[in-house]
Design a protein around this ligand. Structure first.
Ligand code: EAX
Length: 322
């Protein structure tokens, strides 16, 4: 074989090996690239690219490009999508145990929520996902949720009575919010902006970062800082990829997911610090001092059902984390 042929063969082999060694993961989420979800996703992808010397990279699919959160979780189970950064809204339909974290007024504040999710209780919930064909890498964050609507200011639970509010496809939310007297209308996120624009629903509830990132001020007049539930988010990976990773690469993926959580949580806090002024500037009327006690009192009777569903001891264990 002539020298040139050998060189050519060697070069082809090398290119082949390099090409084989590189895997591009599809990562999807429900908000913009510069939102808390997008920043978390980019931090995760930077982490795996660096940690695997470029053997794993990502292609970003922001703004529901790969579907709503339920569809993305299904796609991760099937392996047609590699990674998703999703709220727990639809997750409970796949991993029922996770619905406990969706109970209204369960978490006192961000410090409490993050301690629970990063501690034994939250880590145990991540492990519960494995049996359902979902690899939970780390809890990221959506944030504390607030009510927006086009009808009236909400100062207390009575003001919310009769409003037709879009909710996530989440039975715990729907049961809890019914005690506020609202008419819960479950709907996938990609349909919500149009539904608000057309008046199919009066309002919705989401954290400030979501309200900001999706420019809901264009279709919602009123924002009330109800803080009525903490909304975790989670980075989930398809088992099809996880099972092929070396132990070292598994650690890289987990560390990258943890750093994504740090970045995402900081963005949530930054959006909360600056977002209210921005939303006011965009024309929203904001009730900052909502009578939270009136909402807590309204939801209290539902806790008996939540205790039946999840165990009063499990609820108490979360409440007692300091
Ligand atoms: O970006 O469906 C929802 O309300 C979720 O909060 C979603 O993450 C919105």
């Amino acid at each position: 074989m002539k020298k040139t042929q050998l060189t050519l063969a060697a070069a082809t082999l090398l290119v082949g090996m390099a090409a084989q060694a590189q895997t591009t993961l599809k990562i999807g989420y429900s908000n913009a690239l510069n939102s808390h979800y997008g920043m978390g996703a980019v931090a995760f992808c930077d982490g795996i690219e660096k940690g695997t010397q470029g053997r794993y990279k990502c292609q970003q699919f922001p703004n529901n490009a790969l579907g709503g959160e339920r569809e993305m979780i299904e796609a991760v189970q099937l392996g047609t999508q590699d990674v998703a950064n999703v709220s727990t809204g639809a997750l409970g339909n796949f991993v029922p145990e996770t619905k406990i974290v969706d109970i209204p007024f369960l978490f006192r504040d961000y410090d409490h929520a993050r301690k629970v999710m990063d501690g034994p209780i939250g880590q145990d919930l991540l492990k519960k996902m494995t049996a359902k064909g979902i690899v939970g890498l780390a809890w990221t964050e959506n944030g504390f949720r607030h009510i927006t609507n086009s009808k009236r200011a909400i100062n207390n639970a009575d003001d919310a009575k009769g409003l037709k509010l879009r909710t996530m496809e989440n039975k715990v939310h729907m049961e809890g919010y019914k005690t506020f007297g609202i008419l819960p209308t479950p709907m996938a996120w990609p349909e919500v902006f149009t539904a608000l624009q057309q008046g199919t629903v009066d309002g919705q509830e989401n954290p400030i970062p979501v309200i900001l990132s999706n420019k809901l001020s264009q279709v919602q007049k009123h924002l009330s800082l109800t803080n009525h539930v903490y909304s975790p988010a989670v980075l989930v990976l398809t088992p099809a990829i996880w099972s092929k990773l070396s132990d070292a690469d598994k650690l890289v993926f987990q560390d990258a997911a943890k750093s994504a959580a740090t970045v995402q949580r900081k963005k949530v806090n930054d959006d909360e610090a600056n977002g209210i002024a921005e939303l006011r500037k965009d024309g929203m009327q904001v009730v900052e001092k909502v009578n939270g006690e009136s909402f807590r009192k309204a939801v209290a009777p539902a806790y008996a059902n939540f205790a039946k569903e999840f165990g009063a001891d499990k609820i108490a264990a979360i409440q007692s984390v300091r």
